[in-house]
Design a protein around this ligand. Structure first.
Ligand SMILES: C[S@@+](CC[C@H](N)C(=O)[O-])C[C@H]1O[C@@H](n2cnc3c(N)ncnc32)[C@H](O)[C@@H]1O
Length: 222
């Protein structure tokens, strides 16, 4: 993709989400999709970190920080950092953390997923939900996720599943018509992108019928 087009994608995403931030938490999509994704991440945390050791987690494209808040309010020992390119999303995530009195336990950073502002081997887990289709260089983002993960750490990316008729219609037709600068990759593309970045033990799971989503997880080798 040309740099100019890439710039347009990022500007589109930034203005869409800075605008949407105020009403984001009231969107019907929270019930239809977003909340289910947070629960799916929690399922993966419990499955892959059964010992309940403290986990440093990075949520890329964190939006208003609902997932981070859920984590610190739960019994799990997770310290979340959220990163989002839309400044207003991060501001509201901080407000939410203050409202629940747990702002010391989480951190929100405004930044671009293509250039994660963290040293290598910083996190035990990286999550990303419903944000990946906005990234013009998806391969670059996955390489960044790999870099900031510790050896043995896991990435979990959840995005719309577009490999059946329902998913194709929702994501490739409807969402693309509304958001324009987006690309929902197929399960195979996602698998290949994680493989190329160096991840192993890649597993994929489709969940949801009417609004289908795809969870892809991979491990950074030890
Ligand atoms: C649909 S929201 C999803 C938010 C949250 N993960 C959730 O599931 O509710 C997509 C988010 O991705 C963010 N985003 C889009 N492009 C980004 C980029 N290049 N780097 C970081 N965040 C980005 C947007 O600002 C927006 O907050």
């Amino acid at each position: 993709m040309h740099e100019r087009e890439c710039h347009v994608w990022k500007k589109d995403a930034q203005s869409e989400f800075n605008r949407w931030a105020e009403t984001y938490d009231r969107s019907i999509l929270n019930h239809l999709l977003f909340h289910r994704c947070y629960l799916k991440f929690i399922e993966y945390i419990i499955r892959h970190y059964p010992q309940q050791q403290p986990i440093k987690l990075l949520d890329v494209g964190c939006g208003t920080g609902t997932f981070a808040s859920m984590l610190v309010e739960s019994d799990l020992q997770v310290s979340p950092t959220g990163l989002d390119m839309a400044q207003r999303m991060c501001q509201l995530a901080r407000v939410k953390s203050q409202q629940i009195g747990l702002e010391q336990s989480m951190n929100f950073v405004t930044g671009d997923s293509e250039h994660l502002p963290f040293p290598e081997n910083s996190f035990h887990m990286v999550t990303c939900s419903n944000s990946f289709h906005h990234y013009p260089h998806q391969d670059k983002v996955v390489r960044e996720m790999f870099r900031v993960l510790r050896p043995g750490g896991r990435v979990v990316i959840i995005d719309g599943f577009r490999d059946n008729a329902i998913g194709w219609f929702i994501f490739d037709v409807c969402v693309t018509r509304v958001e324009k600068s987006v690309h929902h990759c197929s399960a195979l593309e996602m698998f290949n992108t994680l493989t190329a970045a160096g991840f192993d033990q890649i597993e994929q799971e489709k969940f949801g019928f009417w609004v289908p989503a795809l969870a892809t997880t991979g491990k950074k080798p030890l």
